[in-house]
Write a protein that binds this ligand. Structure first.
Ligand SMILES: C[S@@+](CC[C@H](N)C(=O)[O-])C[C@H]1O[C@@H](n2cnc3c(N)ncnc32)[C@H](O)[C@@H]1O
Length: 240
């Protein structure tokens, strides 16, 4: 694999000196977390009274939302030391474990697993889905927000962007943003569906996520993408 893939799948990418995630999505106050929540909140009734794990929980904003939505027990797993410190400072009442999905050895199973834009850093998707399947109870559900294949392929907001192709359903993109340079692995929805089928997680819903009116009002440059999906909310159920 190439240099961009190596960077994208580096579990400590967010601890690099040239990345400051706290400047991007420090809490639920940031426009992108509000935007994700506008879609993800449709799943939150399914969290009531349930045990939930957030894979790649970053600053921890979703952990707090999950608690407020009535989840019984909430755990974040996050491999970046900087991000874990940030989450523990902001949400000391919630457990955040310093570990990647690959490293995590849970002491319990969960009803719901959520991953918001963290599968972009998973090099071996098949292993990650197997692990997620193992984390979940028999009637469990996996809810993930992933990039749109076409949207991430285009230059965005005058950012400096580079690409590395893997195959027809997968590429890596590296984007230089004001808070730092990050590399992401972008996959087609068909790739997610296929890996889900191979690992006992059946894709039951794919919700395209164009910018909402609220996001466009807060950050007007998103008007240029009106009507175009930027990300997708995928819902998988445990099948076997
Ligand atoms: C784009 S950020 C999203 C953070 C958070 N979910 C949010 O919505 O604000 C991706 C997060 O995934 C984490 N991550 C990277 N590799 C990971 C892995 N192998 N397992 C779990 N999380 C990972 C990163 O450290 C980072 O905090």
């Amino acid at each position: 694999m190439g240099e961009l893939f190596t960077r994208a799948s580096d579990q400590r990418q967010y601890d690099r000196d040239d990345v400051e995630w706290s400047a991007e999505r420090i809490s639920f106050a940031s426009p992108t977390s509000v935007h994700f929540w506008e879609y993800l909140s449709s799943c939150s009734p399914s969290w009531l009274g349930k045990d939930l794990v957030d894979i790649g929980s970053g600053s921890g904003w979703l952990l707090d939302q999950a608690k407020q939505a009535g989840a019984r027990h909430v755990v974040g797993i996050e491999p970046s030391r900087k991000n874990v410190e940030l989450a523990r400072r902001q949400y000391p009442h919630i457990t955040t474990v310093l570990a990647s999905l690959e490293e995590y050895s849970p002491s319990q199973n969960f009803d719901i697993a959520v991953a918001v834009m963290s599968l972009v850093h998973i090099g071996d998707l098949q292993e990650a889905f197997k692990k997620t399947h193992n984390l979940l109870n028999p009637r469990g559900e996996f809810q993930a927000i992933v990039p749109d294949f076409d949207y991430f392929r285009r230059p965005r907001h005058d950012y400096e962007v580079s690409f590395e192709d893997i195959d027809a359903d997968e590429y890596v993109t590296m984007v230089k943003r004001p808070f730092g340079t990050l590399a992401d692995i972008v996959r087609s929805i068909d790739r997610y569906r296929a890996v889900g089928n191979e690992t006992g997680l059946r894709l039951v819903e794919d919700v395209p996520m164009p910018p909402t009116e609220k996001l466009m009002q807060t950050v007007p440059r998103y008007r240029g993408s009106a009507g175009k999906p930027m990300t997708h909310l995928l819902r998988f159920i445990v099948e076997k």
